[in-house]
Design a protein. Structure first.
Length: 267
């Protein structure tokens, strides 16, 4: 599901199909079996509450900025090499795919972000362990219209701030586990939002890649899509000692590259 759909016409068709599915009672359909095959092939994906938990509101206040948090306990975190976030009923269901590096650490792993939800849907977090297991947590969220909701900012203002980044080091969770937050100013246009002045769909334009490093070591590499909310915001834990700075590089679908560096962390 890594095909990036960019034309306004294609997204208009996706929107029409989405609305048609709702009208036909598509919300009741279980799309996960076919979606699982697209994302993971024939591999088994197992619900495992001991391996990870997923926090998400049962009823979202705003479908365009739905907060979700994934917790992976320390007992398994050191063996986790990847995380895939999925919203079953979204036009592009894969929200993000993260690959962890050596700097991700072995303590409790926590990842928080905000997503768009287009209709009532299951939201899933799937981790992959070093031995190839795929373990999942699922939450059902009542929200609708998040992918086509108007952008929060004026288009000119959004483009003027495009790519401005903040990378904050937060208080340490323990002597070995630290926490940080990266925020990117980006409209993350879904291709399903309409320009209120022209009546035309705004072409898709979103953060497609992000890489966070501690020195030369990788914390995580992310592949993103239209289901990440406007102004992507990711809070994460990582391993490391005091005094080590973080660097982040992000890229959008137009090829723009954005970078930021945190201050050296305290004790």
């Amino acid at each position: 599901m890594t095909c990036l759909i960019r034309s306004a016409a294609a997204f208009a068709m996706l929107l029409a199909l989405s609305l048609a599915a709702r009208a036909a009672g598509g919300d009741a359909d279980d799309v996960w079996p076919s979606l699982k095959k697209d994302l993971f092939g024939a591999r088994e994906v197992v619900e495992d509450a001991a391996a990870l938990t997923l926090e998400a509101p049962y009823r979202a206040e705003d479908a365009a900025i739905v907060p979700i948090t994934v917790h992976v306990p320390a007992a398994i975190a050191g063996t986790v090499k990847g995380l895939t976030l999925v919203v079953d009923k979204n036009p592009m269901p894969m929200v993000a795919k993260l690959t962890f590096g050596s700097a991700a650490g072995s303590g409790e792993r926590v990842i928080s972000t905000r997503v768009r939800i287009d209709m009532y849907s299951n939201v899933r977090a799937v981790i992959e362990t070093d031995d190839g297991r795929l373990l999942m947590a699922t939450k059902f969220v009542k929200a609708a219209g998040g992918c086509s909701a108007p952008a929060l900012k004026d288009a000119d203002d959004a483009l003027a701030q495009l790519g401005k980044m903040k990378l904050r080091s937060l208080p340490a969770q323990s002597s070995a586990t630290r926490e940080a937050q990266v925020m990117v100013r980006h409209p993350n246009y879904s291709g399903m939002q309409m320009n209120q002045l022209t009546g035309l769909y705004i072409p898709a334009k979103y953060v497609s890649e992000m890489e966070v490093k501690r020195g030369s070591e990788l914390v995580f590499r992310m592949e993103g899509g239209i289901s990440l909310s406007e102004d992507p915001n990711i809070r994460f834990t990582y391993g490391g000692a005091a005094g080590e700075a973080l660097e982040v590089t992000a890229k959008d679908t137009d090829g723009n590259v954005f970078t930021a560096r945190s201050e050296a962390t305290g004790s």
